[in-house]
Design a protein around this ligand. Structure first.
Ligand code: FES
Ligand code: FES
Length: 167
């Protein structure tokens, strides 16, 4: 029978230690233990992307990550994106283009868009569609989201924000 253990990790630059069953999901630890409710549960099966966060700077579906795998590692959630220049531009452009309606998909879309723009600062529409293909939205019809990402990429290029971003 599984027993609770302590797990320590960094979230948005702060050290945290939680007591949890090893198989508990990162998504639940973030939302319930740490009250970081930005990441959302859509499908709970790794299909919708609404729970996306950065784990050691790589996008993951937090509904699929057991907390035991997070020991000693670094997580960044959507709550930290307003202090990230690229994240801030994306948030502004999602608002401007009405790319967020119910908002369930939005945190994951932002994480996926950052991941895309770090490796491709001037994506075509097709590349934006591919980059966000793992993130499902039931509300917007996607066009507004793609427009927001394309516009954010242009502003980020103009402001030099994408220079030196990690791939
Ligand atoms: Fe994690 Fe859908 S809730 S991918
Ligand atoms: Fe509602 Fe995307 S805005 S699911």
């Amino acid at each position: 029978m599984s027993v609770k253990k302590h797990f320590s990790f960094v979230v948005n630059g702060e050290n945290h230690t939680v007591e949890s069953y090893p198989a508990n999901r990162l998504l639940d630890v973030l939302r319930e233990d740490l009250r970081l409710t930005g990441c959302k549960e859509g499908c709970g099966e790794g299909e919708c992307g609404s729970c996306s966060v950065f784990l050691d700077d790589v996008m993951v579906n937090s509904c699929l990550v057991p907390i035991a795998q997070v020991q000693g590692r670094e997580i960044r959630t959507v709550e930290a994106l307003s202090s990230d220049p690229l994240g801030k531009i994306l948030q502004e452009k999602f608002l401007e283009h009405n790319g967020a309606q119910c908002g369930i998909c939005t945190p994951g879309m932002l994480v996926a868009a950052i991941t895309l723009l770090r490796r491709n600062s001037e994506p075509t529409l097709g590349e934006i569609q591919d980059g966000l293909a793992g993130n499902l939205c039931r509300c917007t019809g996607y066009k507004k989201i793609f427009d927001a990402v394309a516009d954010a990429a242009k502003v980020a290029r103009d402001q030099g924000v994408l220079e030196g971003q990690k791939a």
